[in-house]
Design a protein around this ligand. Structure first.
Ligand SMILES: NCc1[nH]cc(CCC(=O)O)c1CC(=O)O
Length: 306
């Protein structure tokens, strides 16, 4: 039979795991999708997958991991796309939207290697990361270390670490958890030392605006609390995008203050050498994620100008 739903995804082990998480959730929510072959997973190569050798800084290369997938979604060759939300640009192609965000896994970064903290790294240690955000925050804590570019999927990076090319590296805890590799983490770094990337740990689903059948299938998968947090973080990113070329971090969480639900958003702008960092934390009612993200972004831009 032909599939009722076609899911588009990148082909990395992490991307495939995430697509299968969405497939299982859909099958659990809708008996019609539980039949074998009701859901097809289509692997799509993106520019980010093809260009493995160059250093793709986190702040550059917008849409590197999403464009080819979005083209197939717009064309109707797939019905939905599963993304790591931290790889999704703030501006989407006309006609497409992030309709659904799953419950967030651990948003923090993990330190990988034999050292259980940044403080425990040997003097002058070589740390591998191609993320300007991670590199800058490592240098902020440990100005003596050397940051070297480090790419490839999770398995490749772990192999390079075992071969001794670097003393340590950093990976998203969520990715390690999904790959059942959390035992590789020597430490999970708290947001006060390593503010996560915008939307780290959240899986998002992109669909065609107006595709009501797909929307109905996806509705039960949305996690409202995660969606609010990611929305605040992405509003922060949208405010800073284009206004600065500096590494960015952002992390929102929900809390209850009496009967009131509050969103607290931490934002970070930091120079790649780690020497000039600005942090801002603001709290707002939970129904104002966009205004909160914009306010934190504007406060960071003002601090950077002064
Ligand atoms: N840039 C690649 C990428 N995109 C999302 C994740 C982790 C999973 C997540 O954030 O949900 C990773 C790997 C990593 O940074 O370690």
């Amino acid at each position: 039979m032909t599939a009722l739903l076609r899911i588009g995804t990148r082909g990395s082990p992490l991307a495939l795991t995430q697509a299968n998480i969405v497939k299982s959730a859909l099958a659990a929510a809708h008996p019609v999708l539980a039949a074998p072959d009701a859901i097809a997973i289509e692997v799509i190569k993106t520019t980010g997958d093809l260009v493995q050798d160059r250093n793709l800084a986190e702040i550059g290369g917008k849409g590197l991991f999403t464009k080819e997938i979005e083209d197939q979604l717009s064309d109707g060759r797939i019905d939905l796309a599963v993304h790591s939300m931290k790889d999704v640009p703030t501006v989407l192609p006309d006609g497409l939207a992030i309709t659904t965000i799953l419950e967030r896994d651990d948003p923090r970064d993990a330190l990988i290697g034999p050292y259980a903290s940044l403080a425990a790294l040997p003097p002058g240690a070589i740390v591998g990361t191609s993320s300007l955000r991670r590199g800058a925050q490592v240098l902020h804590a440990r100005p003596d270390v050397t940051i070297v570019p480090f790419r490839g999927n999770v398995e490749t990076r772990l192999r390079k670490l075992r071969e001794g090319q670097v003393a340590a590296t950093l990976l998203a805890a969520a990715g390690l958890n999904r790959l059942k590799m959390s035992a590789e983490a020597a430490a999970i770094l708290e947001p006060d030392v390593m503010l996560p990337a915008i939307a780290q740990g959240a899986i998002g689903i992109e669909a065609r605006i107006g595709d009501e059948q797909v929307a109905a299938f996806l509705a039960p998968l949305d996690h409202a609390e995660t969606h609010l947090c990611v929305r605040a973080e992405r509003a922060l990113l949208a405010t800073l995008d284009g206004n600065c070329r500096t590494p960015i971090g952002g992390y929102a969480r929900l809390s209850h203050d009496g009967g009131m639900r509050q969103l607290t958003l931490d934002g970070l702008l930091i120079s790649p050498d780690g020497r000039h960092g600005f942090r801002k934390r603001l709290t707002a009612p939970a129904d104002q994620p966009d205004a909160l993200g914009k306010a934190v972004g504007e406060a960071l831009l003002a601090a950077q100008r002064d």
